[in-house]
Design a protein around this ligand. Structure first.
Ligand code: ADP
Ligand code: ZN
Ligand code: ZN
Length: 745
C-alpha cells in the first residue's frame, strides 16, 4: 500500500525519532513518510539528499525534505538506499521549490524532479562526477607571504589558492600550474587534494575583451541597482541599447562580492555567440551553462558545480531557475517577454515570474531586460511594484531604423513579396549589404489543396492542416509531428491539380534564390538548424560581412548581432492582429519590434519594410509610428477594460481526452466544485468549459475552464481544493492540469 502523509492515526515512534519526509516524483500533491534505510547511520541523513524508495511496486528517486519525530501513519516502510553523501538542495533551495509547488499547484516530487538534471533524476550518484581539488592545508594557510620567494612558481600557486580558495585539477591545468610544482608543495605539507564537484573549465576560444566605457544611461541604470538588497527592475531598452553590457557589469559587481550570478535566457537565446561574449568578459571565472544541447553527464556536472557554489556564473534556460545556488548574488532574465520562460506542460511554471521570488528569498537584485516588455512586467513597472529603468538610445553609433509599411492588398505579389520589397532587396544587395527576410511559417506551404474537389490535407490527430515540406517530400503536422509522404494526386478525386496554399520559408527561399542568384540565400528555421551549433555555422558567412540574404522564422529575431544587415523585410504582419487569443497582438508587436531591431546594428543605417493588407489597422499604426512602448501601453488599457491579465489573475483548469464528452463533463464538475466553494462575484469570474484554440491535438480533445480573480490570494486556496478533488479522478484516459498564469488558450 502507498504511504501517505496526512491521513490515518498518529503512531508512537518510541525510541526512534527519525522519520523521513520525502518528495516522491508522482502526481500527488503531498509528501510521503518513510523509515530510514535499514542499517543507515542516522547522522548521515540530512534534508536535500536523494534516496531510493519503494513506491507502489516501483523503485523511485525521492528527495528528503524533512526529518520528523512522528508520522500520522502506523505502518511505514523503510527507504531502500541513501544516494548522496552531501545534500543536493540547501535550505533556501528547498524553500523555493516548496513555494513554487504551492503557487503552481504542482506536486512537490515532480517539481524536485524538474529541478534535477536527468542523470541525477535517474539516481546516478553525484560522486560519479567528483573531481580532485587542491586546497591549502592549515600549515599552508599559516605560511608567511615571503616564505617561498625563492621558488616563484610555487609562490604563484600558493597565492592563487590563498586568494581564490580551492582549485580543481582542470582549473590548475588551464592556468598552467604544473604537476611537479604541485607535488613540491604537497611534499612540504602545504597543499592537499580533496574530492569535490567538477567545475566546468573556462570556455575555449574566449579572447579576453576589455569592456567599453559605459554611456550615461547605462551608468544611471547601474547606479539604480543596489547589489546588496532585493529589488526587481524592468530594464526596457531598445535592441542594441547596451542591455547586455549592463548585465555584464552587474555580474562583475556581484562576482567581486564573492557571489554567483544567474542569467536566464530564452531557449533560442543561448547561442555559442552569447556564451563567447560572457566568457570573453570573465576569462578566469567558472561558467556553468545549463541547456538542452548538453549530454546528460555534462549537464549533471554543470548543475552540481552550480549547486556546490563552485560555478561563478550560471547561464541557463527555463529550468535553471531551480538550480540551488548557495552564493546567489543576482538574477538576470534576458528577453523577459519570451514565451519559452513559461513551461507549457508537465509542471507549468514561469521562470521569469519565479526569478522575482528567488531574488526576494535571497535578498538580491533581480533584473528583467527586454526591448519589448511583457504586459505583466510593464504593468508591474508602471504600478511601482518593479523599478522601471530605461535605455532609450542605441549604444555606440548605431541609429534607429526607418520603418515603413508596404500595402499588399491589390498588389501583384510574387510568392508573397510586393514588387517594392523585391526592388529594395535587390538594391541593398547591390550596395554590398545584407538583407533579412522574416516569414513566420516554416515549410513550403501551410496547406495542400485539390483544385477540383476542394480536398485539404488535414492532420488525422489534430484540428490543423498539414504543412507541405517540398525538399523532404512530405506533409507534416507542426503540432504533433505526424508525417505522410507528399502525394501527386488528390486522394479523394484522383485529380492531379493540387495547389500549395499560402507561403512558407522553403517557398520564399526558392523565389529569392532564383531572383537574386548572385547572392547566397541562408534559410534559418527549425528544419535547417537542428542544433545551436548548426545555427552558428549557418550564420558564419553573414558574420563575415559578405552581401547575402537571410531568410527565416523567429529564430532570426533574437540574439544575433549581424552588423551588415541594413534591410529587414517582414512578409506578413497581419496574422497576429486578428487572432482569438487575447495575447496574440502583444506577441505580434514583440516579434515585429524584435525583427525590426535587427536592422542597422552596425554603423550603417537600417530600414524596415512591413508588408500588410491592412496598413490602416490602428494597432499596427501605433506600433509603427510610436513604437512598442506606446503600443504596449494601449494594449494594457484594452486589457483593463476587458478585465484580463495582467490586471486580473488568471488560471485555467485544463482537461484533454480522446472522448471529448468526458473532458467536458470533468470540467463542468470542476467548475461546479469551485463555484460551490467561491461563488462568482465581481471579484471572481468563471468561463467555460470551452474548447482550446487548438481543439484537438495528438488525438485528444482539449477544453478548459478559465478562472479570473482580482487577487491571486483568492485563486490559490480555491485551486488547491480543486486539485484535492481532481486527484481522485480515476479515468486514466483523461488528463487534467491547473495552469496558473496560463499563457496559451
Ligand atoms: P542589447 O543587449 O541591448 O541588444 P548590447 O549590450 O548587445 O545591446 O550592445 C549592442 C552593441 O553596442 C554591442 O556591440 C556592444 O558591444 C556595444 N556597446 C554596448 N555598450 C556600449 C558602450 N557603452 N559603448 C560602446 N559600445 C557599447
Ligand atoms: Zn480532389
Ligand atoms: Zn497533428
Amino acid at each position: 500500500s502507498i504511504q501517505q502523509y496526512g491521513e490515518g492515526q498518529l503512531a508512537n515512534r518510541g525510541a526512534n525519532p527519525a522519520i523521513l519526509r520525502l518528495a516522491v516524483p508522482v502526481p500527488l500533491r503531498r509528501l510521503f513518510d518513510y523509515l530510514p534505510p535499514e542499517g543507515a547511520d542516522p547522522a548521515a541523513l540530512a534534508p536535500g539528499q536523494r534516496l531510493w524508495v519503494p513506491f507502489g511496486g516501483r523503485k523511485l528517486v525521492a528527495v528528503l525534505v524533512d526529518i520528523v519525530a512522528e508520522s500520522p501513519l502506523a505502518e511505514l516502510k523503510p527507504a531502500l538506499e541513501l544516494i548522496d553523501r552531501q545534500p543536493l538542495f540547501d535550505g533556501a533551495g528547498r524553500d523555493f521549490l516548496q513555494w513554487a509547488a504551492d503557487y503552481y499547484q504542482a506536486p512537490a516530487g515532480e517539481l524536485y524532479a524538474a529541478a534535477l538534471p536527468v542523470a541525477l533524476r535517474k539516481g546516478k550518484p553525484a560522486d560519479h562526477w567528483a573531481e580532485q581539488w587542491l586546497q591549502l592545508t592549515t600549515e599552508g594557510k599559516g605560511l608567511p607571504e615571503t616564505a617561498l620567494a625563492r621558488a616563484p612558481k610555487q609562490q604563484a600557486l600558493l597565492q592563487l589558492l590563498l586568494q581564490k580558495g580551492p582549485n580543481s585539477r582542470t582549473q590548475l591545468k588551464a592556468l598552467k600550474h604544473s604537476l611537479p610544482v604541485i607535488r613540491a608543495l604537497a611534499d612540504r605539507g602545504l597543499v592537499e587534494w580533496v574530492a569535490g564537484p567538477t567545475v566546468p573549465p573556462p570556455l575555449p576560444d574566449a579572447e579576453p575583451t576589455p569592456p567599453p566605457a559605459l554611456n550615461d544611461e547605462q551608468r544611471q541604470v547601474l547606479e539604480a541597482i543596489d547589489a546588496e538588497r532585493f529589488s526587481v527592475s524592468l530594464l526596457e531598452g531598445t535592441t542594441g541599447s547596451g542591455k547586455t553590457e549592463v548585465y555584464l557589469r552587474l555580474m562583475e559587481r556581484v562576482l567581486a562580492m564573492g557571489r554567483q550570478a544567474l542569467l536566464l535566457v530564452p531557449e533560442i537565446g543561448l547561442t555559442p555567440q552569447t556564451l563567447r561574449r560572457i566568457a570573453a568578459r570573465f576569462p578566469e571565472r567558472s561558467i556553468a551553462a545549463l541547456h538542452s544541447g548538453l549530454a546528460d553527464g555534462e549537464r549533471a556536472q554543470a548543475w552540481l558545480a552550480a549547486a556546490a557554489g563552485q560555478a561563478d556564473i550560471v547561464i541557463g534556460t527555463r529550468s535553471a531557475i531551480f538550480t540551488p545556488l548557495p552564493r546567489l548574488g543576482a538574477v538576470i532574465v534576458d528577453e523577459e517577454h519570451d514565451g519559452s520562460f513559461k513551461q507549457q506542460d508537465g509542471v507549468r511554471y514561469s521562470a521569469r515570474d519565479l526569478a522575482a521570488v528567488l531574488g526576494r528569498n535571497a535578498g538580491v537584485p533581480v533584473l528583467l531586460g527586454t526591448a519589448t516588455p511583457s504586459l505583466e512586467s510593464l504593468h508591474n513597472a508602471l504600478s511601482g511594484r518593479y523599478r522601471h529603468l530605461r535605455l532609450r538610445n542605441r549604444a555606440g553609433d548605431a541609429r534607429p531604423p526607418e520603418i515603413s509599411v508596404v500595402p499588399t492588398l491589390g498588389q501583384q505579389l510574387d510568392e508573397g513579396f510586393a514588387p517594392q520589397s523585391l526592388r529594395h532587396i535587390g538594391e541593398t544587395l547591390q550596395r554590398g549589404e545584407q538583407v533579412l527576410v522574416f516569414i513566420n511559417r516554416r515549410g513550403y506551404a501551410p496547406a495542400l489543396a485539390c483544385d477540383d474537389c476542394g480536398w485539404l490535407a488535414d492532420c488525422p490527430h489534430c484540428s490543423s492542416k498539414l504543412t507541405m515540406h517540398r525538399r523532404q517530400r512530405h506533409l507534416r503536422c507542426h503540432h504533433c509531428d505526424y508525417r505522410r509522404p507528399l502525394v501527386n494526386s488528390c486522394p479523394q478525386c484522383h485529380s492531379r491539380a493540387l495547389s500549395a496554399l499560402g507561403g512558407g520559408t522553403e517557398r520564399s527561399e526558392e523565389l529569392l534564390a532564383q531572383r537574386f542568384a548572385d547572392y547566397p540565400v541562408i534559410r534559418v528555421d527549425r528544419d535547417t538548424t537542428a542544433s545551436k551549433r548548426a545555427l552558428d555555422r549557418l550564420l558564419a558567412p553573414a558574420r563575415d560581412g559578405e552581401p547575402c540574404l537571410l531568410l527565416g522564422t523567429q529564430m532570426l529575431a533574437k540574439g544575433h548581432h549581424l552588423p551588415r544587415v541594413t534591410l529587414v523585410v517582414i512578409q506578413d504582419a497581419d496574422g497576429g492582429l486578428f487572432s482569438a487569443d487575447f495575447r496574440a497582438p502583444e506577441r505580434t508587436g514583440q516579434l515585429l519590434e524584435q525583427v525590426a531591431g535587427r536592422a542597422g546594428r552596425g554603423d550603417l543605417a537600417g530600414r524596415v519594410l512591413v508588408q500588410s493588407r491592412y496598413p490602416e489597422h490602428p494597432l499596427l499604426q501605433l506600433l509603427l509610428e510610436k513604437g512598442y512602448g506606446a503600443f504596449a501601453r494601449q494594449l494594457l488599457r484594452d486589457r483593463t477594460v476587458a478585465q484580463l491579465p495582467p490586471l486580473r489573475a488568471m488560471a485555467l483548469v485544463r482537461a484533454e481526452c480522446e472522448e471529448p464528452r468526458w473532458a467536458e463533463e470533468f470540467l463542468q464538475t470542476a467548475r461546479a466544485q469551485m463555484e460551490a466553494l467561491a461563488p462568482p462575484s465581481p471579484e471572481l469570474a468563471y468561463l467555460g468549459p470551452v474548447p482550446a484554440l487548438l481543439e484537438r491535438k495528438s488525438g485528444r480533445f482539449r477544453f478548459y475552464v478559465q478562472v479570473t480573480a482580482e487577487k491571486r490570494g483568492v485563486l490559490l486556496p480555491l485551486l488547491a481544493r480543486l486539485c484535492q478533488w481532481a486527484e481522485g479522478n480515476r479515468n486514466r484516459r483523461l488528463r487534467w492540469a491547473v495552469d496558473m498564469d496560463a499563457q496559451e488558450l
